[in-house]
Write a protein that binds this ligand. Structure first.
Ligand code: SF4
Length: 413
């Protein structure tokens, strides 16, 4: 392949806006940590954040910190530290890198934001096991270490059809968190506030969905690799006005790109789906490599996992239970295959990439024959890339690039 011209990742103007609101978010959290008020809740990324916000907590997401450790390629310095206290190198590398960084008293937050010395410590840890068991083990570690309560929701897994019984059980578990959260926050639960926050989250999610759907256009205006960066406000700021403002700006920018046929990949020839976790430390390299191949990775399970379009402020507990249960990771293989098939059709995709992330079985859907079944059913090729979200020792760049190149040649043929 020609190496003459260095590929350029096109700029997204809204990035500056996003950096500003993320900085504001972390500084607000740091101030609360230093002053002891408002109270801080740590929450799993698809946990009941809206309930926490309505009770006046600032909400911090350790998985977001895990992603930063991956993106800054510092995770490998910390994973062995967690291994040394008994947490296996085979379990979630967000968990091990985050715990290791905590033990070493280091964080990318201090490098990114002057004056922030450490992560904001929690007054309570709130999990939802909808994504995996690791989040509960992760929060239990901090609970023991910091002597802070860890409470949460235990979700059904591998669900096909979601029934009323499933939802009633989850909704009841969400409601049952309230007395403890009231005691810790010192605030009384207010149903109207909860409905309001849920409404804000709904608006955020709808805009995020529209942002992702701009990629149904040909050429697609934003790559999966950029989407993983721009989804940060949907993860950590959903339930706030500023997240809505941000996605309005990003959507407007992408709609302009669609109108101008300004694709993320110049001369887009092929369109691919990314199934599984990002490889955080290699986002840029992969983005550039796909640009060279004139191949656009433009739809994914990962970025779609922050679309919660079942939120309904008129039925807050049940709708929240539904929104956080119907996400891809909670569902069975049949549902997942149907979902990907719909994506292939909606986004006019030519092939599917599966990332087998060594330490995240919950998000590695290649392991039970799905690529083969989908390839046969949809008549498009699939490729599995072996790697990891944070532990780059599990990823061979050379091997991955050779395989991707061969895959694109297959598409060309
Ligand atoms: S889903 Fe995967 S990456 Fe996320 S917390 Fe669980 S094991 Fe870690």
């Amino acid at each position: 392949m020609s190496e003459e011209k260095k590929p350029t990742i096109k700029k997204i103007k809204s990035t500056g806006f996003m950096r500003k609101i993320m900085a504001d978010y972390f500084y607000e959290m740091d101030k609360a940590h230093k002053e002891g008020s408002p109270k801080i809740a740590w929450c799993t990324s698809v946990g009941p954040a809206e309930l926490l916000l309505s009770l006046g907590f600032l909400v911090y997401y350790p998985e977001n910190h895990g992603a930063m450790l991956g993106a800054t390629r510092t995770a490998m310095d910390y994973i062995p530290v967690a291994n040394a206290v008994g947490y296996s190198p085979d379990i979630c590398s967000y968990l091990t890198s985050d715990v290791g960084s905590f033990l070493k008293k280091e964080t990318p937050l201090s490098r990114a934001y002057e004056g922030i010395e450490g992560v904001p410590l929690p007054d309570v840890l709130v999990y939802n096991t909808n994504q995996c068991r690791d989040v509960q083990d992760w929060f239990n570690w901090y609970s023991r270490e910091l002597n802070v309560p860890a409470i949460g929701i235990t979700t059904y897994r591998n669900i096909g059809k979601i029934t009323k019984d499933h939802l009633q059980s989850i909704a009841k578990q969400i409601e049952d968190l309230i007395p403890s959260l009231e005691e810790i926050s010192g605030n009384t639960f207010d149903l109207d506030k909860f409905k309001h926050v849920l409404g804000l989250s709904y608006d955020c999610t709808e805009l995020w969905k529209k942002v992702l759907e701009t990629n149904m256009s040909v050429p697609a205006p934003i790559s999966f690799f950029d989407e993983t960066i721009h989804m940060a406000p949907a993860v950590v700021l959903r339930g706030t006005e500023i997240a809505i403002e941000y996605y309005k700006a990003l959507l407007e920018e992408l709609e302009e790109k669609v109108a101008a046929k300004d694709g993320a990949v110049e001369g887009e020839k092929f369109r691919l789906y990314w199934e599984g976790m990002p490889i955080w430390g290699k986002l840029r390299n992969l983005a550039e490599f796909f640009i060279e191949l004139k191949t656009a990775v433009i739809a994914s399970t990962y970025c779609n996992s922050w679309i919660f379009d079942s939120f309904d402020p008129e039925d807050p507990f049940m709708s929240m239970a539904k929104a956080y249960t119907e996400i891809f990771i909670v569902r069975d293989e049949n549902f997942k295959e149907q979902y990907i098939e719909t994506m292939v059709n909606q986004y006019s995709l030519n092939g599917l990439l599966f990332h087998d992330a060594k330490t995240c079985p919950a998000n590695s859907n290649n392991r039970y024959g799905m690529p083969e079944r989908l390839s046969e059913k949809l008549g498009i090729p699939t490729l599995t890339i072996n790697g990891d979200l944070n532990d780059l020792r599990c990823y061979s760049e050379e091997q991955a690039k050779t395989n991707i190149e061969a895959f694109v040649e297959q598409l060309e043929a």
